[in-house]
Design a protein around this ligand. Sequence first.
Ligand SMILES: Cc1cc2nc3c(=O)[nH]c(=O)nc-3n(C[C@H](O)[C@H](O)[C@H](O)COP(=O)(O)OP(=O)(O)OC[C@H]3O[C@@H](n4cnc5c(N)ncnc54)[C@H](O)[C@@H]3O)c2cc1C
Length: 400
Amino acid sequence: MKVQVAVVGAGPVGLTAALALKAQGITPVIFEADAEDKLRPGSRALFIHNQPLQELDQMAPGMRQTLIDQGLVWDARRYFYRGRQFFVKEYDERKRQIFGTSVPQAVTEAALRDACRAAGIETYWSAPVAGVHVDDHGVEIAFEGRDSVMADFVVGADGSKSVVRKTAGIKLIGNTSDSRWVIIDLDELDEEPARKELTFHYAHPGVGQRNVLMIPFKGGWRLDIEARNDEELRRLSTPEEIRAWLPSVMDARYCDKIAWVSTYRFYQLVAEHFTDTHRRVLLVGEAAHLFPPFGGRGLNSGIIDAASAAHAIAQSIASPGLEQRKILVDAFSRDRRAAADFNMESAAIGVDLMAPATILGRLKREWLALRSRWSIGAARALSMGPNGRAGGRPGQSGIY
Ligand SMILES: Cc1cc2nc3c(=O)[nH]c(=O)nc-3n(C[C@H](O)[C@H](O)[C@H](O)COP(=O)(O)OP(=O)(O)OC[C@H]3O[C@@H](n4cnc5c(N)ncnc54)[C@H](O)[C@@H]3O)c2cc1C
């Protein structure tokens, strides 16, 4: 089998890459390791910003509204330090229009799958890629238990353990932070609260001074609590323990509404290059970068990676030749690597505030908390935990 472009991985970023290619006039083929009916539960990447929503809409007209209809914009963001509120930001109608939407990843993936089907993009399910072999003539994609496929280009969207990245010889660099979180999705109560607000607590006094984040979405809540070590991570995530501590942070009736529990560790990793030496493999999403989840820079920037990779591939196909391909694909790789570095730094600001690693960091946070009593600037700076710095690279129009 020979294809022009193969996308490896039918996660949200791979599906987006396929739609972006289709919008550029190329019909790719997707290879996905999992079965089509495998459940992929959980809120996971819960927030899609306006810019990625607009990108999606260009690839699949109507997608922005589809996700907004199934999403929610919170009424306010509210921040507490050791139980004392220090910052609140209301979301009025104008902010709502340009903000984006809080929508569980499962909903986003379902909408993207529908759009791929409608666009006639073929997905081979239960087709785990074993590796890629790249030379100047193309990419040989090897599978477990089926014949190889040849492709002119491969988009590696196979997530954090990407075999495409590894077998194309691209290194991942960075580190793992000590920050570990339990993540719980809660179904909404029969009578919904009048207001739905994102709430972040530094050192919540009701749960042993642990950091706690609560994010509403349509039909439920995402609750994150930070654990101090691996033993705590296991303990805090058992249903009995959750029912014991949850009433200290939310209405006790949510104890009967636990829908999904998972754990998460913070990584700060980025691929050295987003392409291989032959410029035929382009990495996107978590195959290329892993950030702390708060701030939503993972999936949001993955959507922009996908659009950018599709553009580089379409241009390379339109003007063949190694030199031209190098220029176009290298531009993609450099730009998305720079964006990933910026995203990682931005997220790190939030991590440093939530879990300062040094005495100086802890003192700085206490000082900010003290000043936040009278200084709105200090309150704003402290509100950069958990999400990190907002906004985008200087000189760039987009935020990812
Ligand atoms: C518990 C949890 C909580 C999270 N919370 C947040 C959050 O709050 N905010 C946020 O922004 N992000 C969050 N994330 C991260 C978010 O889920 C990712 O950013 C997003 O899924 C990345 O999408 P992706 O398509 O790049 O990778 P993935 O979603 O990992 O998709 C990769 C796809 O490739 C497939 N695949 C893998 N190997 C192969 C192979 N060899 N051959 C073929 N297919 C293969 C996989 O089956 C999968 O379908 C969370 C993740 C988890 C697990």
